[in-house]
Design a protein around this ligand. Structure first.
Ligand SMILES: Nc1ncnc2c1ncn2[C@@H]1O[C@H](COP(=O)(O)OP(=O)(O)OP(=O)(O)O)[C@@H](O)[C@H]1O
Ligand code: SF4
Ligand SMILES: [Mg+2]
Length: 327
């Protein structure tokens, strides 16, 4: 059994044995826009949990809430239990001891997090300090393909490829304070398919070496399938299905998950953005019933009035009045 499967096998879609992170009824509002609505999920130690959904479904707002890195206008409710603390209620001063240390973030665009005018060696020194002299750390950096960065540390960031810089930032985020949770919000969107595959391999390797838990955000179900143990599918600010990758791909229950599957690019086109599902998600988070009702081919009358409750079907958690219940 591969490492990924052994992690996946420990957990059903709905619950995990040993949660590092428990998100309960999390909501994020920006003024009158409810970007995230009553979202609950758990992440086990050493698990990679994917969040997938169309643009605007609330994935980044969930990540921002976990790191408490949202604009001042954002209103947070619910609870995020992590290492004995509720991060939603933590004062900012205490949150600063968690952010970057216990919970680390990988930015989408590596260049925005690096100074263009300081050498890579200097910047590694800022983040890693004496650890840079540590043999184990240097071996880890070399093992994850960063030997050229170590060898050419007098160069500026522009002397390296986007993929090398992204891998370096992931390594820095993971190694500098040995966090237990890494938040990766679309870390490969700007990279080509080959480099994307290297970054995904790196995340799997770091998870094994450091026993990291990772929340991995992507538009792309094919990427999620390569790297995640379990997946949460978001639509209109709601988590509509949570399942192991295996179960999600063999028995998708929610009509939106099924639509995402059928919109997946073919193998030859992997890495591209999701193809469009008919209709638009615009305004979905303001609907009184199921946010997917206007686009759903299985919608019942009740769907337009009442938001379905979370229900367990097989190993999956599903919010739907008329889910696929077959094997
Ligand atoms: N700072 C903000 N102020 C007001 N509304 C916001 C803000 N940030 C996000 N939103 C709104 O919240 C909703 C969720 O946005 P979010 O960025 O979390 O979605 P996403 O799933 O990450 O989308 P994408 O795939 O495009 O990154 C959207 O309707 C978006 O317009
Ligand atoms: S609740 Fe109704 S509208 Fe929503 S996904 Fe299920 S069947 Fe479709
Ligand atoms: Mg986003």
């Amino acid at each position: 059994m591969t490492a990924e499967l052994s992690h996946a096998a420990r957990a059903s879609g709905a619950a995990v044995d040993d949660p590092l992170l428990t998100v309960a009824d999390l909501s994020v509002r920006y003024g009158r826009t409810t970007a995230v609505n009553d979202v609950s999920f758990e992440v086990a130690r050493g698990e990679i949990f994917g969040l997938v959904g169309e643009s605007g479904s609330g994935k980044s707002s969930v990540c921002g809430a976990l790191a408490r890195l949202l604009p001042r206008s954002a209103q947070l409710t619910g609870a995020v239990q992590f290492e004995g603390k509720n991060l939603v209620a933590l004062p900012e001063k205490a949150m600063r001891r968690v952010r970057g240390r216990r919970v680390a973030l990988v930015p989408q665009q590596p260049m925005t997090s690096l100074s263009p005018t300081s050498t890579i060696g200097r910047q590694m020194q800022w983040y890693l300090g004496d650890q840079l002299e540590n043999r184990e750390v240097r071996e880890t950096l070399a093992a994850i393909g960063l030997r050229p960065v170590l060898d050419r540390s007098a160069n500026l960031p522009m002397g390296f490829s986007g993929g090398q810089l992204q891998r370096l930032l992931i390594a820095i985020a993971s190694l500098s304070h040995k966090p237990s949770l890494l938040l990766a919000d679309e870390p490969t969107t700007t990279l080509d398919a080959t480099v994307q595959a290297q970054v995904l391999r790196l995340l799997l390797e770091l998870r094994e070496r450091l026993d990291l838990s990772i929340v991995y955000v992507s538009h792309d179900l094919a990427v999620i399938a390569q790297v995640c143990d379990r997946v949460g599918v978001m639509y209109g600010g709601r988590l509509v299905e949570v399942a192991t990758v295996q179960e999600l791909f063999t028995a998708p229950r929610h009509p939106y998950t099924q639509a995402l599957m059928s919109a997946m690019p073919s193998r030859s086109q992997r890495g591209e953005r999701l193809r469009a599902i008919p209709g638009s998600a615009s305004g979905a988070n303001r609907l009184p019933g199921c946010p997917f009702a206007p686009r759903c081919t299985r919608a019942l009358e009740v769907c337009h009035r009442i938001m379905p409750a979370a229900e367990q079907i097989g190993g999956s958690m599903v919010r739907c009045h008329n889910p696929e219940v077959g094997p």
